[in-house]
Design a binder for this molecule. Structure first.
Ligand SMILES: Nc1ncnc2c1ncn2[C@@H]1O[C@H](COP(=O)(O)OP(=O)(O)O)[C@@H](O)[C@H]1O
Ligand SMILES: Nc1ccn([C@@H]2O[C@H](COP(=O)(O)O)[C@@H](O)[C@H]2O)c(=O)n1
Ligand SMILES: [Mg+2]
Length: 469
């Protein structure tokens, strides 16, 4: 360990929150953390992508239409996998009844991927229109599709390719009985597509049914939601629409990381942020409004702890069924700024144990864990990790790695902060997907000195009054 006195190291550590050191290994073991790559300019609004799979004629298009209808105030675009059917070659056209339209190879998945990449990055695209009668995708002019808030990807094999699945924030499988699917298919193919019933039945037994068993049904396991009865299931569709609305109201990062929680913004919260971010705000006001915000974050974080049901008798002699708080918890503050959050935690959790970690962020490649004092039984506790600012994520990764090394299950850690830079969120959420981050605002990014922008300056100095000239 460094021979410098601990006080010097505390001073050093309380300086730059966001030093951009390259953390090769946090816990001596193996963790390799790359430098953040997301810049502020990459802050493109991410669309919410929904995948809808299911057997042919299961009701996928019907479900999508209902979702779109209910989301009418949002910009929604529907992308059908059918649009990416390969054009049949002349020899394939001659023997069209021997062509398997239900096999993954029937689709031009590379084209679908390239279109999705463009839409995701905010570019308009041209999507082919497939003609079921001529078996061609260039008979009709392509459909111009603009970037949207919600993209719905629909098709029998839309969950088949993992690269396509990776685009999706939500996956729905429409689960309809085989006999219903067959009955609907016969009607659709004979009435709408003008096909002969004998051919429809042949195609079904030769290709459609085997492909459903071999390729479509096995992708059901990727679904987040399985809808029985398709469009008849109004409750499921209402719930899905509600969830999409919630997601759209959240910060884009919350759509990517389900373990990130940004507390609901109000004008009170915005007002407090305005005060603590203002360089002219007095120390007294800075501390007062930081404390108010920290209290909100702490209360929100406590809401993520497990609970047990508890019944009590009220003064009227009635039974009230409520919950009992989780008792096995502790705080861990990252010295020095994290100590500003201890009072709020103590105010909410009587007698809570609070451990401390000091990470030296400058010199020595910034990788030194200088000091730690943690409750001995920390591995049996839920841990509220306290640090008001998440910048590059390097210190956070190191602190979390130490807790895990001490035996704390990743899922038992809640990381509380006031503001988080997207780079830090990416780093922490990617490495620790089971941990939860609770924060009050997401920042624009980091500047060239790896300081959070817009940020609020050196939090520790402003809070503890050590920023005087
Ligand atoms: N719940 C339903 N009740 C009756 N007919 C339905 C229902 N859902 C879909 N259909 C009909 O079944 C056929 C296939 O439905 P569609 O939504 O196009 O399925 P998919 O897109 O999965 O092939 C269509 O003709 C549609 O009108
Ligand atoms: N030329 C084609 C192309 C596809 N099919 C069948 O369409 C089904 C998929 O469409 P859904 O709307 O039901 O998802 C699939 O089962 C193909 O067999 C076709 O018949 N002719
Ligand atoms: Mg369809």
């Amino acid at each position: 360990m460094d021979s410098k006195p601990v006080e010097d190291l505390i001073e050093a550590s309380s300086g730059v929150h966001f030093s951009g050191f390259h953390l090769k290994s946090t816990d001596p073991s193996t963790l390799v953390v790359e430098q953040p790559t997301t810049s502020a300019t990459e802050n493109i609004k991410q669309p919410f992508v929904i995948g809808v799979a299911g057997g042919a004629a299961s009701g996928k298009t019907t479900v999508c239409d209902m979702i779109i209808e209910q989301l009418r105030d949002q910009r929604v675009v529907l992308v059908n996998q059918d649009s990416f059917y390969h054009n049949l070659k002349p020899e394939e056209l001659k023997k069209v009844y021997e062509y398997n339209f239900d096999h993954p190879d029937a689709f031009n998945t590379e084209q679908l991927l390239s279109i999705m990449e463009k839409l995701k990055h905010g570019h308009a695209v041209d999507i082919p229109r497939y003609d079921f009668k001529s078996y061609k995708n260039d008979v009709f002019p392509a459909r111009r599709v603009n970037p949207s808030d919600v993209i719905i990807l629909e098709g029998i094999l839309i969950f088949h390719d993992p690269r396509v699945r990776d685009f999706m924030n939500m996956k729905i499988f429409v689960d309809t009985d085989a006999d219903v699917r067959l009955a609907r298919r016969i009607r659709r193919d004979t009435v709408e597509k003008g096909r002969d019933i004998g051919m429809v039945l042949d195609q079904y037994s030769k290709f459609v049914k085997p492909a459903f068993d071999d390729f479509i049904l096995p992708t059901k396991k990727y679904a987040d939601i399985i809808i029985p009865r398709g469009g008849d299931n109004h409750v499921a569709i209402d719930l899905i629409v509600q969830h999409i609305r919630t997601k759209l109201g959240q910060h884009d990062l919350c759509k990517i990381y389900p373990n990130l929680y940004v507390i609901q913004s109000t004008f009170q919260i915005r007002g407090m942020h305005t005060l603590i971010r203002d360089a002219q705000t007095t120390k007294h006001d800075f501390v007062f409004y930081s404390d108010r915000l920290i209290r909100l974050v702490v209360e929100h974080g406590l809401g993520h702890l497990p609970f047990t049901e508890k019944q009590v008798i009220t003064p009227t002699g009635s039974v009230y069924t409520g919950v009992d708080f989780c008792k096995r918890l502790c705080g861990v503050s990252v010295i020095r700024s994290g100590e500003s959050m201890e009072n709020a935690l103590r105010a909410c959790c009587k007698g809570i144990k609070i451990g401390k970690i000091l990470i030296h962020r400058e010199g020595d490649n910034g990788q030194q864990l200088i000091y730690e004092k943690l409750p001995q039984d920390i591995s049996d506790r839920h841990v509220l990790l306290l640090d008001p600012i998440l910048g590059t994520g390097n210190s956070a990764v190191q602190a979390i790695s130490l807790l895990i090394k001490k035996g704390v299950p990743e899922g038992n850690i809640i990381f509380l902060n006031l503001i988080s830079a997207p780079q830090g969120v990416h780093m922490v959420c990617k490495h620790f997907p089971r941990l939860k981050i609770v924060t009050s605002e997401i920042e624009i990014g980091l500047n060239d000195d790896f300081r959070v922008i817009p940020g609020m300056g050196e939090f520790g100095d402003r809070y503890f009054g050590t920023d005087d000239d």
